[in-house]
Design a binder for this molecule. Structure first.
Ligand code: MN
Length: 228
């Protein structure tokens, strides 16, 4: 192909136990998927249609890369989440087809400019500047679903500078993984390479420059990094 400017290098994630990488196509995120987090944000706990937003694929950072503190905020928040990677796609998937589409699992941070999000909510504006900024999606190596199986009792944890900030269990999700994928597939034709952030438990709080974070999907995936 004879491109007029250099095409971007695709974002990718390491695959645990392999020298191959997972190419990232799109990043979908579900909002308010844990009741205690919805409550701490002052939002209603809704069990109907899930609420989605997106980040660009090149917001993904990995491999213990330092995360630059973003511009235009003084209230950057962490949201630790299980990340699901798809190896197959489609439209209108059933929950069992959704399960079969999963390549693997990781853990990530849905970094959020909370001050800009509050302004957007107040004005009825979209969330993009609060959620979809550069480096807003640190994600661990992916662990193939053939090797790991998250359960309702699998814990999600985030420590900052050694202090536990967030913890939850996957069984507390309002919409489980097959339901999230099935719902997304009614809105988008899903494709191999898509990533899904599956929501955060309570305890979201601010990160500062110099903070070291350690995120864990316990027994499955770990992510370390530093805000710089
Ligand atoms: Mn989130």
């Amino acid at each position: 192909m004879n491109y007029i400017i250099a095409p971007p290098t695709p974002s990718s994630l390491p695959v645990a136990g392999s020298d191959q990488r997972f190419p990232v196509r799109r990043v979908f995120c579900i909002g308010r998927n844990y009741a205690e987090h919805a409550r701490e944000m002052g939002a209603a706990v809704e069990h109907g249609q899930p609420m989605f937003f997106c980040k660009p694929a090149d917001a993904v950072v990995t491999d213990d890369t330092d995360v630059p503190y973003p511009s235009a905020t003084s209230d950057l928040h962490h949201e630790v989440e299980m990340v699901v990677a798809l190896k197959a796609g489609g439209r209108d998937l059933s929950p069992s087809q959704a399960n079969e589409a999963v390549f693997g699992y990781g853990v990530g941070l849905d970094l959020t400019r909370r001050d800009l999000q509050a302004q957007a909510k107040a004005k009825g504006h979209p969330w993009d500047v609060a959620k979809a900024f550069d480096h807003s999606a640190p994600v661990s190596a992916l662990h193939p679903a053939t090797e790991v199986t998250p359960t309702a009792d699998t814990a999600l944890r985030l420590s900052v500078n050694g202090e536990l900030r967030q913890q939850g269990r996957l069984g507390d999700m309002i919409h489980d993984v097959p339901a999230i994928i099935a719902a997304l597939s009614r809105l988008f034709e899903l494709k191999p390479g898509d990533l899904i952030f599956t929501g955060t438990p309570a305890g979201v709080a601010a990160l500062q420059r110099g903070d070291r974070f350690h995120a864990e999907l316990v027994g499955i995936a770990e992510l370390d990094g530093q805000m710089v």
